[in-house]
Design a protein around this ligand. Structure first.
Ligand code: ZN
Length: 255
């Protein structure tokens, strides 16, 4: 395994540690055997490990893809400096979850310049990702819910803001409607028109649709549509950054 040392330190018991930002070899990606044995990919994973885990030092060069890559007809990267088994290069990041290669974004600036000695952009990415995935509630209101939970004016989640009056898609089946009561005569009439083969097609030109249960016009495999709601209240057990399960929204249902 190959890693880039981000920072080093010594514990109070004299043990020496390093923080490593991991690379993935091409053969560990979806490229498999077709990968260039010298090409590595950054993966957003880092780890603390003991310094004596080091086998040897290797050279890993960053070779960014030219911004005019498409205009230059997909020009190859510059030739590798050496074929030695201790020289590698990288130009992309690898997203293991989606099997996707991505351009490497510029390193984010350190939000804590006084902690420069322990900066790791992978840690920063993970932090940002966690922040993005965690909902946060703010602007507490004076009222409370019937079961005593605090009500809030603003919910931020995954880069979106939600307030009272915001409309949202909800998972299909989140809420149901009471079954509508059809008048007996109307449903009887419907059945009759479906069952009878001698329907007047001039009077009911769309009748043929009702007969098809399976086949092309069937909706059996169509996923249910999302439920749509209009937020009427946002409540949570705590304020600030919270777990998604802690936040509850109350919605007006749309039909
Ligand atoms: Zn890190």
């Amino acid at each position: 395994v190959i890693g880039r040392v981000q920072f080093l330190w010594e514990s109070t018991y004299g043990q020496r540690y390093m923080h490593l930002y991991w690379f993935s070899r091409g053969c560990e990606t979806v490229l498999g055997e077709s990968a260039d044995p010298q090409e590595l990919f950054l993966v957003d994973q880092c780890e603390n490990t003991l310094l004596n885990g080091i086998i040897s030092k290797v050279t890993v060069q960053y070779k960014p893809v030219s911004p005019d890559w498409t205009i230059e007809n997909g020009k190859d990267l510059d030739a590798h400096d050496s074929d030695s088994d201790r020289t590698f290069f990288y130009s992309k990041k690898y997203d293991e979850l989606h099997g996707r290669f991505e351009d490497i974004p510029p390193e984010p600036t350190n939000p804590h310049p006084n902690l420069e000695y322990r900066y790791c952009c992978s840690c920063l990415y993970s932090c940002k990702k966690l922040e993005f995935e965690s909902p946060s509630v703010s602007e507490p209101l004076e009222e409370k819910t019937d079961d005593g939970k605090e009500l809030y004016g603003l919910l931020k989640w995954r880069g979106e803001e939600y307030r009272k009056g915001t409309c949202v898609y909800l998972e299909p089946g989140t809420f149901k409607f009471p079954k509508g009561k059809k008048s007996k005569t109307a449903s009887k009439k419907d059945e009759d028109s479906v069952n009878s083969n001698s329907t007047d097609e001039t009077l009911y030109p769309e009748k043929y649709r009702k007969n098809i249960v399976k086949g092309r016009a069937s909706n059996e495999t169509t996923p249910d549509p999302f439920c749509i709601g209009l937020i009427s209240a946002i409540s949570s057990d705590r304020d600030g950054l919270v777990e998604a399960e802690d936040v509850k929204i109350e919605v007006y249902k749309f039909y």
